[in-house]
Design a protein around this ligand. Structure first.
Ligand SMILES: Nc1ncnc2c1ncn2[C@@H]1O[C@H](COP(=O)(O)OP(=O)(O)OP(=O)(O)O)[C@@H](O)[C@H]1O
Length: 739
């Protein structure tokens, strides 16, 4: 019944989308209303398709005999009294599904978990919460673990799945926490921090739709591989309004993929770099040592002396305006001084009296001088308008500029900043953002933003057409019924749709936010937040002036050298002590046998830290073997082949030291053609070879950790890296050492 209703809803939305797209012309208001309708129906078609799998996954039987079904979206009975046929998991009335216990049944007598494949029910588990009333049947159990354990033991696919069917009470509390304020969610590996962060995004968008649909939600993850890993979760929860970004993509127009030494990235993460950049901007406001001569065609030579430039610069700086925006004031100052020179000369009274020129004459001279190309060129040298990219590229490229801007750094640190142009690193992005603040947006930056928006609008227009094409089967059915209905794509192409988009500047909130550096998000969620440097925190705080944030991470897993050793330290400058801490204490991923091995490494990081409690045992002990160094590759290939063949439909992750990834990856790739290796390896491959920083946040059924001692030795945070590596497996762990 629910699936039939879903089909009806989907057909209805697709038909309306097609109708709206066919309409053209009309008044501005009519067009704007139509664009809203197009966006709404396109979203609906996408949402109804997204919830197809596992549409309904729960049932609550109340003490009063009432029955409620819980699912991915709400569906109502539109033929009757608008009764809910299916309740959205985020609705307040659905909450008992996650919280009710035998001790506190919340008016619920029985909770049922339904498992479905496509549109068939394949299994169910009942929990009777009122023990006195329990009349056990074949599938009734008294604990809530059956569905959870089934989900945890299932083979991994290389893509994260949502946990909407089995959210646990401690997670539910965090997911549904109030919107305002900064909440830190600290939890050991596998405690569901990422899952909770994603479900919180979906919950907030549902509960505060009005507010967040205009300001948007930003979710920041550690790297592109990770974002790829989690990218399916929100669409499966029928939410498309969250912008997923890595730090390297947070500056519009820049995609930072260049590599650099960890120590250089750490240096760039320090707040002292904000001072360096401010000094670098000041350094570009040049006062010449010698007077500058400007030779104007058909006119005299004008001379600008250093003292005049210095005085103009001081006055302009005192206004506190950002560099690019202050340029107009500087121009006025300098042109004024030059015009005075001209006026002195041409207005001089031959009889020695007062200057003969009136104010109107002087104004005319200033206007003319201001337009002289030679003078404009000189002003460009004295106070150049700069993009953030120009400022930073010029700084890095010049040891002299670095020396002038960074006297507070050591020689070695200054040398580390020096490099040739050619792409940006993720650590450059917060610096570009800082530079943009110092420089202010000039016309060129505004034009670049308009270009980006235009290209996004085109993408959007194409996306709408894709959706309309995807709903084509419904058009075909209409035709079969005898209707002569053309598909929407026969009538309109992306360019025409784009024209229409441009009339009303319609874009999804996430798309507009992505193109606009100064966008203020309604809520910001940061995953693996322990990796952020102080400079990266500055950037994120700018994107979220309301300080409505969910910060998710584990300080014991900090790998980045400029990462966060304590939440208080990271947040203090922005919210003082006004943040709240929630902790997750149960590891759903890592079985007890593996957690015991990881716990030894955790004690090396800090003996006071406690590992999370594993929710299950796998019954398989991790293995740990030492081999001769020259046998390592052969032994690794053997072990990986064995582990891979033991997987049913799961995945094997091979985590290797950074310094050996190319060599060992090539050997594994030659022996196991299905092995993926590289900067952004395909996680859906059965075997994936990665470094610890790539493996951050990911998980595999079986994991091989290669040369743990070398992983530790490769970084000052090496024990944290090893802890991350050892906690990636859901079932089996093998360790291969060399002697
Ligand atoms: N309530 C739950 N029901 C089913 N699966 C869950 C639940 N909570 C967590 N999991 C599963 O446990 C695994 C670990 O979750 P997740 O990746 O969110 O942990 P994490 O705390 O972010 O780990 P890490 O710190 O290692 O990145 C995932 O496979 C997730 O789906």
């Amino acid at each position: 019944m629910l699936y039939h209703r879903l089909d009806d809803l989907r057909e209805q939305a697709a038909r309306r989308l097609t109708e709206e797209l066919r309409n053209t012309g009309g008044t501005q208001q009519a067009r704007s209303q139509r664009d809203s309708a197009v966006q709404m129906y396109a979203d609906q078609v996408e949402q109804y398709a997204a919830v197809e799998n596992g549409l309904c996954f729960g049932r609550l039987d109340g003490d009063d005999g009432a029955r409620r079904y819980i699912g991915r979206i709400g569906i109502f009975d539109t033929t009757g009294d608008y009764d809910p046929l299916l309740m959205d998991w985020r609705a307040p009335a659905a909450r008992a599904f996650y919280l009710a216990t035998a001790a506190n049944p919340q008016g619920i007598r029985r909770r049922r978990h339904l498992r479905t494949r496509e549109r068939k029910v394949t299994g169910l588990n009942d929990e009777v919460l009122d023990i006195a009333a329990a009349s056990p049947t074949a599938h009734e159990e008294l604990t809530g673990e059956a569905s959870l354990l089934a989900a945890l033991n299932a083979g991994r696919t290389g893509r994260m799945r949502d946990i909407v069917e089995t959210i646990q009470a401690e997670q539910d509390r965090i997911i549904r926490a109030e919107l305002p304020g900064v909440m830190v969610v600290q939890g050991g590996p596998g405690t569901g921090k990422t899952a909770v962060a994603l479900h919180r995004a979906a919950y907030l968008l549902y509960t505060h739709r009005q507010q967040l649909s205009t300001r948007g939600v930003l979710l920041v993850g550690p790297n592109a591989t990770f974002l790829h890993y989690i990218s399916q979760v929100l669409p499966a929860l029928a939410e498309t309004g969250v912008l997923l970004r890595t730090q390297g993509d947070l500056f519009p127009g820049v995609s930072a993929r260049r590599a650099e030494p960890a120590t250089t990235a750490a240096l760039k993460g320090r707040t002292v770099l904000a001072e360096v950049l401010a000094a670098a901007v000041r350094d570009r406001q040049w006062v010449p040592d010698e007077p500058l001569e400007v030779e104007l065609p058909q006119r005299e030579v004008l001379v600008l002396d250093p003292a005049t430039v210095q005085a103009a610069r001081d006055r302009v700086r005192r206004t506190g305006r950002p560099h690019n925006l202050a340029r107009a004031l500087f121009d006025i100052e300098i042109v004024h001084a030059l015009a005075d020179q001209v006026a002195e000369r041409i207005g001089a009274d031959p009889l020695g009296g007062e200057n003969l020129l009136e104010e109107a004459d002087r104004a005319e001279i200033r206007r003319e001088l201001g337009e002289e190309p030679e003078i404009r060129a000189m002003l460009d040298r004295l106070w150049p308008v700069l993009t953030p990219q120009r400022l930073l590229a010029d700084l890095y490229a010049s040891p002299e500029r670095i020396a002038a801007a960074a006297p507070m750094l050591t020689d070695a640190e200054r040398a580390a900043l020096h490099r040739e142009p050619g792409g940006w690193t993720p650590a450059d992005v917060p610096l570009l953002d800082e530079a943009a603040e110092l420089l202010g947006e000039d016309e060129r930056a505004a034009a670049a933003r308009r270009d980006r928006i235009r290209s996004l609008q085109r993408e959007y227009a194409e996306g709408v057409l894709e959706i309309a094409r995807g709903s084509r089967s419904i058009d075909v059915e209409d035709e079969a019924e005898g209707g002569e209905i053309l598909g929407v794509t026969d009538l309109i192409d992306a360019d025409r749709l784009l024209e229409r988009q441009e009339e009303s500047e319609r874009l999804t909130t996430a798309q507009r936010a992505a193109a606009d550096r100064s966008w203020a998000f309604g809520h910001v969620i940061v995953d693996e937040a322990q990796e952020l440097s102080p400079m990266a925190w500055r950037l994120l705080m700018r994107r979220c002036p309301s300080r409505s944030m969910t910060i998710v991470g584990d300080v014991a897993q900090t790998g980045a050298l400029a990462g966060t050793p304590s939440w208080q330290e990271a947040l203090e400058p922005y919210v003082a002590r006004r943040w709240r801490l929630e902790e997750l204490t149960v590891s759903y991923r890592t079985p007890a046998e593996i957690m015991a091995v990881a716990a030894e490494v955790l004690a090396e990081i800090d003996p006071a830290l406690r590992p999370p409690r594993s929710v299950r045992e796998s019954g398989v002990s991790p293995w740990d073997r030492t081999v001769d160094a020259d046998r390592l590759t052969a032994e690794l290939v053997d072990a990986a082949t064995r582990e891979a063949s033991g997987l049913d439909d799961g995945r094997l992750g091979v985590i290797v030291p950074e310094g050996r990834v190319a060599e060992l990856g090539a050997a594994l790739g030659a022996a196991l053609p299905e092995a993926a290796v590289g900067d952004d390896p395909e996680l859906e491959s059965r075997v994936v070879v990665l470094t610890v920083s790539q493996a951050k946040g990911l998980e595999f059924d079986s994991v091989l950790v290669v040369e743990p001692d070398r992983i530790v030795a490769e970084s000052p945070r090496g024990h944290s890296d090893l802890y991350v590596a050892l906690t990636r497996a859901t079932q089996r762990l093998g360790i291969l050492r060399t002697c």
